[in-house]
Design a protein around this ligand. Sequence first.
Ligand code: 6PG
Length: 476
Amino acid sequence: QLADVAVTGLGTMGGNLARNLARNGYRVAAHNRSRHRTDELIGEFGHEGDFVPVSDLAELAGTLRRPRRVILMVPAGAPTDAVIDKLRGVLESGDIVVDAGNAHFEDTRRREATLREDGIHFVGTGVSGGEEGALHGPSIMPGGSAEAYAALEPMLTSIAAEVDGTPCCTHVGPDGAGHFVKMLHNGIEYADMQLIAESYDLLRRGLGMEPAEIAEVFATWNSGDLESFLVEITADVLGHTDHATGEPFIDVVLDQAGQKGTGRWTVISALELGVPVSGMAEAVFARGLSGDVDRRSAARGVLRGPSETPAVGDRQWFVDDVRDALYASKLVAYAQGFDVIREASDEYGWGVDLGQMATIWRGGCIIRARFLDRIREAYDRDPGLSSLLVDSYFRDAVIAGQAGWRRVVATAAQLGIPVPGFSSALAYYDGLRSERLPAALIQGQRDLFGAHTYQRVDRPGTFHVDWAGDRAEEER
Ligand code: 6PG
């Protein structure tokens, strides 16, 4: 009997995806670079379903029914290319390769085009939800041909998370669209985590609250608009006590955040597309600063903070203000994230349905949250929405929270507590709504030092002032 699907790369994510497929009734050919890992997985979890261990990719191809469906879960970059190269030799026209790793979307575009020459479908697929998600139901973001998606849909939707009976999986668009959207998911994840971290910092250093108390605040927030996986796990992390020392866990962890690179990719892509993603950029920078141990120790004790710090007034008020700042800044980060997806979709001709992206992020993934329903509703109201922030729900929510948001940013500045996420989101909001920006001055400066020209408010055309001469204006 032939296998329905193969999984190659049986690390934690790959192994759990293979188990998820087997648990859903698929006969799964399991392959790993070292056979030992395959045997280990099947030894431990073989009873969960129907697995076929295979030792190499030729055997894998021989084990699969046609069209063959092969899911790759190997490290991004060279290792993925190496496996694809080998697969190319053993697969044939009509077969489907699903890259479920966190690949860069440009790599996915290249791989898709290469495999297309052989008639092999390449489906770059974002999978979010960590280890647990992979096993119990991730959010799945497949990109590739519609034909390949049709052949994969029943299988992918059966292993995906589900919210209100809707699977968290949909065809995102052709070639790199799936991996692009997954990258944006991670960029938003970075921004969200940074904003939550700033909230914690303000409550801890600004109000002097203990981690366990702050855990309770987050648990309370999780029952309102902020309800989300990240807020929920924040309460969990803050409430945890280190077994070895009996100290709050948060106090025994080094304050240096790691990153594998998807946040950085997101910011680079957004810069290239010309879309502001201040929240994500600040989140990447903040992680970078946290890990810059040498510079931090050189500055500590040398760079002084404010000499006078204000007393934070009513404690509960401040907690509520921080909640409002968190929600408003989060709305800005999501609005920026969706702007990038729209821009890339236009640029690459992907036709991404933004409301559908919010729908498949409602469950399974790391940024799953109650308010993704609000995003879906906003795009239902107006699919051509220029920014989520001008939708009625978002507009009202930000306006309702802005007084607290502004107090928090001002108080943080006076206290000397960094809130790059909150303050950059507020600056973006104020920039977006400003009647007139100081960009006119920048145009003047550019024209003066480089004859870069400018446009006028009162008539069309491109102009230049003879700054060094008689300062007459000429039309260019
Ligand atoms: C997910 C996560 C997943 C992974 C991140 C972590 O959606 O399941 O985003 O992809 O945990 O890559 O990224 P950093 O190591 O860069 O924080």
